[in-house]
Design a protein. Structure first.
Length: 738
C-alpha cells in the first residue's frame, strides 16, 4: 500500500511537471485568433516595470590544502548520474555501507580508498567522507551575480524515510572579494529498527583574489548522530522468512543493540594566503608580450596621428554657421575619436607573479562520544565481548585538537619562457592534543609535536605534458624516518581529432600508524601500543584514456600493514559477542588492480560500464572482491524539445568475499574473526530511474533495488546488516541567479 501511495505521488509530480512544460510550448507556438482577444487582454501592453538583466558568469575552483594553489574545477550541473547522489554507496556503488543513508562506509576498490598525506589521525571521520568536506573539497567561486543551488533527495515517509537537503550560496562584493556558505542536512530514519542517522554541516567561506595578495578561508562545523543497532539477530529474517511462523516487516525484525549511539562534533578553520612578488608586462591584442617602451612609442604615434587628422576646421563645413556650441560639439567628437583610436591598440598591462610567500593554517577541534545505555556488564552481556570499565553503560569521550601551520616559498611556473616548472619549498609544524577515559575514572591525555619539511616540483601549463612530484619528511623529535613521495605525470597526444592521454602515478610512503591505532580507551575496546613498525608502501600505476574508454592498472607492495580485527565468542544461548583490536601484519602484501571504463552510445542509446579486477596476496588480512561491476544502460531523448530525459537501469555487483565487519564501539570496519566469518557478495542490485533536466533544474524519480525478492539471494554488503528493500526515491536540484 505504501509503495502504491508513493507511486501515485511521484507519478503526479512528473505529470504536473511535463504538463507545465507542454503548456509553455503550446503558449510559445500558438496562433492568435480573434477569439483570443478576450482571453489575452493584456497581450499588447508593455510591462510598467522594467526588467533588469542579471549578469551571468561564474568561475569555480578548489585549492591545494598544503600550499593553497588554485586548482580549476567545474560545477556539477550534469543530469547524468544525478539520481545516484543520494546513495551513501557513491555514484557508481563502489562503497560498502550498513544500509542506511549517512552510515559509515568504506571503498571495496582498494586504489580508490582515500589516503591523506600524512594519515588523518582522527580516524573516526574517515567512514563519513560521503558527508564531510575536507579543505581540498570546498568549491570557491567568483560570480557576476549571486548564485544559489538548492538540492533535495527524499524517500519513504516520516517513520522510515530518508531526506537530504543542501543549500549553497555564493556572491561577490567586487571582482576580488567574494564569500558564500553551504548548509547540508541529512536525516536517514532507517527502514530497519534503531538505525536513524542525523548529520548537519554549516560552512562559511570567503576569498580575496588580488594582483599580489590572495586569500582563501573557510570555517566548517559538523554534528553527526548515528544510531547503532548491531545488525540483525538472525539473517534468516531476510534469507528465509518462511522459517518463522510470523511475517516480519523490516522495522519489526529484532536487532542486537538498543539505546546505542555514536556522536561527533567536528569544527575546522582553514586559512591559506599568499603574497606574490613579480613584475608587470604589456600584451598586445593577440596576447603577445611587447616591450613597454615599444607600446608607449606606438601609442604616442597613434595619438599624434589621430589628433593631427581631426581638427576643428576639418569638422566644420563652409555652409555651417560658426558658433560656440558647434565648436564644443566638434571638440567632444574629436576627443571621443581620439580615445577610440587609442583603445583600438588594446594594450594590456599584466602582473606576472614570480615568487609567492605562502602561509597555511588548519585548526581542528573534534570530539567523538560512544554511548550505550543497554545495561550490560562483564557478567551480563548479549553483545559486547570485552569490558574494561565497570560501568553498566558506556559514555566514552575522546577529544582531539590540532593546529597545523605551513610556511612555503613558491616559485611560479611560466614567469619566463625559460622557466618551465614551478618549485615549492615548505616547512610545517603541527601541534596535536588527545584525551580519553582513564581506568581511575579520570582522563588520560597525550600531546604530540611534528615538524615537516618538503618540496614540490610541478608543471601544469601547456597542452601536452604535465607532472607533479612532491616529497616530505616528518618527525616528532623521537621518531625519525617518516617520509612521503608522491608523483604523477600525463602525456597528451592529438590523435584522430581527439586526444590520447597516457598517465603515470605512484608513491613511496614510510609512516607511523594513525594515533588511535596506538591508543584507544573505551568501556568495550582498549589498547595502548607504541611499538608498531612504520608502514611502508610502494605504489605504481598507469592509465590510458582515449575518447570514451579508460584503462587503469596499478600495483602496490605493502609492508607492516596495520588494521582493525574483530574478535568473537559465543554465549550459552548461542549468541555471538563482539570485540575489536589492532593487529600488525609481518607479511609483505601485494595488491594488483585493473579497471576498464567505457561508454558506448548509438543514437539515443547509451551504455556505460565500469569493470574492476583486483587481487590481494592475503585475503585473511586484506580481503577484496575479485570483480566489481557497475553498469548503466539508458536512453537519452527530449520531451517537447526542451525537457532532457534519461530513462535507464543501472547494476551494482561484486563477487563473494569475506567483507569487513562493522564495529560500533569504534565506528570503524574490521576484518572478521576467522572462526565466525561469513561471505558477502554475488548479489546484483538493480535500480530503475528516469532523470530530467530543464535549463537550471534537474530532478529524478527512481525505484532502487527493484529486483529485491524476499528470501532470494543474500542482500548484504556488511555481515548481518541487510540492504534496504525496494524504495521509491525523488530528488531535485535547482540553480538560480538573482
Amino acid at each position: 500500500m505504501i509503495y502504491l501511495v508513493n507511486i501515485i505521488r511521484y507519478s503526479s509530480f512528473i505529470a504536473l511537471f511535463i504538463l507545465v512544460i507542454g503548456c509553455h510550448q503550446l503558449h510559445a507556438q500558438r496562433i492568435l485568433t480573434p477569439d483570443d482577444e478576450d482571453l489575452d487582454r493584456f497581450a499588447g501592453r508593455t510591462d510598467s516595470v522594467q526588467k533588469e538583466d542579471v549578469p551571468e558568469g561564474i568561475y569555480v575552483w578548489k585549492v591545494d590544502e598544503r600550499l593553497g594553489t588554485i586548482l580549476p574545477t567545474s560545477m556539477d550541473t550534469l543530469s547524468e548520474g544525478f539520481q545516484n547522489d543520494a546513495f551513501t554507496e557513491g555514484r557508481n556503488g563502489q562503497y560498502t555501507t550498513t544500509g542506511n543513508l549517512g552510515a559509515a562506509r568504506y571503498s571495496r576498490l582498494y586504489f580508490t580508498q582515500k589516503s591523506a598525506l600524512p594519515a588523518n589521525d582522527f580516524i573516526f571521520t574517515n567512514p563519513y567522507d560521503f558527508f564531510l568536506r575536507t579543505p581540498e573539497e570546498i568549491v570557491y567561486t567568483n560570480t557576476k551575480s549571486p548564485f544559489t543551488n538548492l538540492t533535495y533527495h527524499e524517500c519513504g515517509n516520516k517513520t522510515n524515510g530518508e531526506d537530504r537537503f543542501t543549500a549553497k550560496f555564493a556572491t561577490n562584493v567586487n571582482k576580488r572579494l567574494g564569500f558564500g556558505f553551504i548548509f547540508d542536512y541529512l536525516y536517514g530514519r532507517g527502514y530497519y529498527d534503531r538505525q536513524a542517522n542525523s548529520e548537519m554541516n554549516g560552512t562559511l567561506f570567503g576569498t580575496y583574489i588580488g594582483e599580489r595578495y590572495q586569500l582563501h578561508a573557510h570555517f566548517s562545523t559538523n554534528y553527526l548522530k548515528l544510531t547503532e543497532n548491531g545488525g540483525l539477530e538472525d539473517d534468516t529474517y531476510i534469507t528465509n522468512p518462511e522459517a518463522f511462523p510470523t511475517s516480519y516487516s523490516t522495522s519489526d525484525m529484532p536487532v542486537r543493540l538498543s539505546k546505542t549511539w555514536n556522536k561527533m562534533h567536528l569544527n575546522t578553520f582553514y586559512l591559506t594566503h599568499r603574497y606574490n612578488i613579480g613584475f608587470h608586462r604589456t600584451l598586445d591584442a593577440k596576447g603577445r608580450v611587447v616591450r613597454t617602451e615599444t607600446a608607449n612609442e606606438l601609442l604616442g604615434k597613434k595619438l599624434a596621428n589621430a589628433v593631427g587628422k581631426l581638427t576643428v576646421a576639418d569638422s566644420i563645413t563652409a555652409t555651417q554657421p560658426l558658433t560656440t556650441d558647434t565648436i564644443d560639439n566638434t571638440l567632444q567628437a574629436n576627443q571621443r575619436t581620439n580615445q577610440n583610436s587609442i583603445d583600438s591598440l588594446q594594450f594590456k598591462r599584466q602582473f606576472v607573479p614570480v615568487i609567492g610567500l605562502v602561509h597555511t593554517l588548519k585548526f581542528q577541534t573534534n570530539n567523538r562520544r560512544f554511548i550505550s545505555n543497554d545495561n550490560m556488564n562483564a557478567y551480563s552481556t548479549d553483545y559486547f565481548n570485552d569490558f574494561y570499565l565497570p560501568n553498566d553503560s558506556a559514555n566514552d569521550l575522546t577529544k582531539f585538537i590540532s593546529v597545523h601551520n605551513t610556511f612555503a616559498l613558491d616559485i611560479n611556473e611560466g614567469f619566463s619562457k625559460w622557466v618551465k616548472s614551478g618549485l615549492s619549498i615548505f616547512a610545517a609544524y603541527e601541534f596535536q592534543k588527545f584525551s580519553m577515559p582513564a581506568l581511575d575514572g579520570g582522563t588520560d591525555k597525550w600531546t604530540r609535536h611534528f615538524i615537516s619539511i618538503g618540496a614540490r616540483l610541478s608543471k601544469r601549463q601547456g597542452h601536452y605534458f604535465h607532472y607533479n612530484v612532491s616529497g616530505e619528511t616528518r618527525t616528532d623529535g623521537s621518531n625519525f624516518g617518516e617520509f612521503f613521495v608522491h608523483a604523477n605525470a600525463d602525456l597528451n597526444l592529438p590523435l584522430w581529432k581527439d586526444t590520447l592521454r597516457l598517465g603515470l602515478f605512484g608513491h613511496i610512503r614510510n609512516e607511523l600508524p594513525a594515533f588511535y591505532y596506538e591508543h584507544y580507551h573505551g568501556r568495550n575496546a582498549w589498547w595502548d601500543n607504541e611499538d608498531y613498525k612504520k608502514i611502508f608502501s610502494t605504489r605504481i600505476g598507469a592509465e590510458l584514456k582515449f575518447k570514451d574508454t579508460k584503462l587503469t592498472v596499478a600495483v602496490e607492495d605493502l609492508q607492516n600493514y596495520v588494521y582493525f580485527a574483530e574478535s568473537t565468542s559465543t554465549t550459552a544461548d548461542n549468541l555471538l559477542l563482539y570485540g575489536v583490536g589492532v593487529r600488525q601484519s609481518s607479511k609483505n602484501l601485494k595488491i594488483i588492480s585493473a579497471q576498464l571504463k567505457h561508454k558506448f552510445h548509438f543514437g539515443i542509446f547509451n551504455w556505460y560500464n565500469e569493470l574492476t579486477y583486483q587481487s590481494s596476496s592475503d585475503d585473511d588480512i586484506l580481503p577484496l572482491p575479485k570483480f566489481n561491476v557497475y553498469s548503466n544502460f539508458y536512453i537519452d531523448f527530449r520531451i517537447a524539445r526542451v525537457l532532457q530525459t534519461k530513462l535507464g537501469v543501472d547494476l551494482r555487483y561484486f563477487t563473494k568475499y569475506y567483507g569487513l565487519a562493522y564495529s560500533p564501539m569504534i565506528g570503524q570496519y574490521a576484518v572478521q574473526d576467522e572462526a565466525t566469518r561469513i561471505k558477502v557478495g554475488n548479489y546484483p542490485q538493480l535500480n530503475a530511474y528516469v532523470n530530467f533536466s530543464l535549463k537550471r533544474t534537474r530532478f529524478y524519480v527512481m525505484a532502487s533495488h527493484f529486483n529485491h525478492s524476499s528470501g532470494t539471494g543474500y542482500p548484504f554488503y556488511v555481515p548481518h546488516h541487510p540492504l534496504n528493500q525496494m524504495v521509491l526515491r525523488l530528488g531535485i536540484s535547482w540553480n538560480f541567479k538573482n
